[in-house]
Design a protein around this ligand. Structure first.
Ligand code: S3P
Length: 198
């Protein structure tokens, strides 16, 4: 089990991916292992709006939800370093992607359709999945969203099985990403990547 990183996390770690990918479950545990705070953007949106996400969709419509989502995430990524889980549509917004690219480090939690269907069936709080058969809706969203999620800084498989295994894979990916970034900074500065320039 990975309990820490070799380098401190310099920016907020932002988990992106489809509904049921495990962003909240994994995010909470990643934050606990790193001793950092955790925020669920959907939860913050509900607090800001004073009502649930299904209510926001029903009363004000999806565009109003997206607008609030964009503003809440921009505020959160610019705050103290933490772990942030985002709703499945958040990373599809170009302005939100710019905010995350400028202030955060993004991880796409990638899961197979069957895993997403099984996990999302446990709760009925997702308005988009009420618009048809959840399997068909998720399959369409996968087609549309996967090429955009692939723009994230890292991609980690979220498999069926113990959530701690996915947490380990996230921490390993972040560690490798930070090591690669440090090495390329050293190279850009004209130092040997080991820091032992001769
Ligand atoms: C949505 C995903 C939901 C929530 C809203 C819309 C989406 O979050 O933000 O229902 O567009 O995929 P989760 O991915 O946390 O379920």
């Amino acid at each position: 089990m990975i309990t820490t990183l070799h380098r401190p996390l310099p920016r907020t770690l932002v988990l992106v991916g489809l509904m049921g990918a495990g962003k909240t479950a994994v995010g909470k545990r990643v934050a606990a292992r790193l001793g950092l705070g955790f925020t669920d953007a959907d939860h913050e949106i509900e607090t800001a709006a004073g009502c649930t996400i299904p209510d926001i969709f029903e009363r004000y419509g999806e565009p109003a939800f997206r607008d609030l989502e964009r503003r809440v995430i921009a505020r959160l990524v610019q705050g103290p370093v933490q772990v942030l889980s985002t709703g499945g549509g958040a990373f599809m917004d170009p302005q939100t992607r710019v905010q995350i690219a400028e202030h955060g480090l993004s991880v796409w939690l990638k899961a197979e359709l069957g895993v997403l269907v099984a996990r999302t069936a446990k709760r009925s709080n997702r308005p988009l999945l009420r618009q048809g058969s959840p399997r068909e809706v998720l399959a369409q969203l996968m087609e549309r969203r996967h090429p955009v999620y692939a723009l994230a800084d890292m991609t980690v498989e979220s498999r069926d099985g113990p959530v701690e295994d996915t947490v380990d894979r996230v921490l390993a990916a972040v560690d490798a990403h930070l090591a690669a970034a440090a090495a390329s900074d050293e190279t850009a500065l004209g130092h040997a990547p080991t820091g032992q320039a001769d």
